[in-house]
Design a protein around this ligand. Structure first.
Ligand code: 13P
Length: 254
């Protein structure tokens, strides 16, 4: 059984000293929840400092993005070897903010997934529909397309190394989380796609939910058998709130 996975995506928040303070607080609070895998994704500028702060604990490090080339003339970009050098274990790929605000297509997401896997980094692949797409009944179609392109050419053993995050765009930063029923339906759909695409058993990959996860709704999410963990934005910026979410998942094993 894999432990539940709780990831804090700090997005573009925090100086180095703020990041170290937050990471140290999370590390301290997580010591009591050894049944949960806790991962922090600070901004690039704080990765080195947070990596050092986490050295002696079980909390792991993720990057929020990567470039798919190994090196070269790509001003402003960060390669997988740079992330490995900082002891990153995971990398978030295809976050809806990257897709919407920075023009990341499904094809770019696929290149990033491939680059991460080839360097031994574990991608957390984000998928999710907009409100308009949901209203038009396009949720499954959108997620199927995002997954089909992102997983193109990957072997079963490569796909097994992925974690998936269902993040409906309309739930991110809005205070309006998806209902447990909506989440369970999409997670089941993703598992079915993985079974058909790669013959994966239902529990081969963890599927997280993300979008307005807070201390007051985390327990309900943790109680859903389909939810293997959460990807937390705003509520991961406060030690107390994030620790409370981690605790909610402490009693569940996936
Ligand atoms: P919020 O938790 O702030 O809604 O953000 C979710 C998210 O985008 C995590 O990656």
């Amino acid at each position: 059984m894999k432990p539940a996975l709780v990831v804090g995506n700090w997005k573009m928040h925090g100086t180095r000293s703020e990041a170290v303070k937050l990471a140290t607080g999370v590390l301290e609070a997580s010591r009591r929840n050894l049944s949960v895998e806790v991962v922090l994704a600070p901004p690039f500028t704080a990765l080195a400092a947070v990596s050092a702060a986490l050295r002696c604990g079980a909390v792991r490090l993720a990057a929020q993005n990567l470039h798919w080339e190994t090196e070269g003339a790509f001003t402003g970009e960060i390669s997988v070897s740079m992330l490995r050098d900082l002891d990153c274990r995971y990398v978030i790929v295809g976050h809806s903010e990257r897709r919407r605000l920075f023009g990341e297509s499904d094809a770019i997401v696929a290149k990033k997934v491939g680059a991460a896997l080839s360097a031994g980094l574990r991608p957390i692949l984000c998928v999710g529909e907009t409100l308009g797409e949901r209203r038009r009944g396009r949720t499954n179609g959108v997620i199927a397309r995002q997954l089909r392109v992102a997983l193109k050419g990957l072997s079963k053993s490569a796909i097994e190394k992925l974690t998936f995050a269902y993040e409906p765009v309309w739930a991110i930063g809005t205070g309006k989380n998806a209902t447990p029923e909506q989440i369970a339906a999409v997670h089941r759909f993703v598992r079915e796609l993985l079974r058909r695409r790669a013959g994966l058993s239902a529990r081969a990959c963890r599927i997280l939910y993300g979008g307005s996860v807070r201390p007051d709704n985390a327990a309900e999410l943790a109680a859903q058998p389909e939810v293997d963990g959460v990807l937390v934005g705003g509520a991961s910026l406060k030690v107390g709130a994030f620790a409370s979410i981690v605790r909610s998942f402490g009693a569940t094993a996936v």
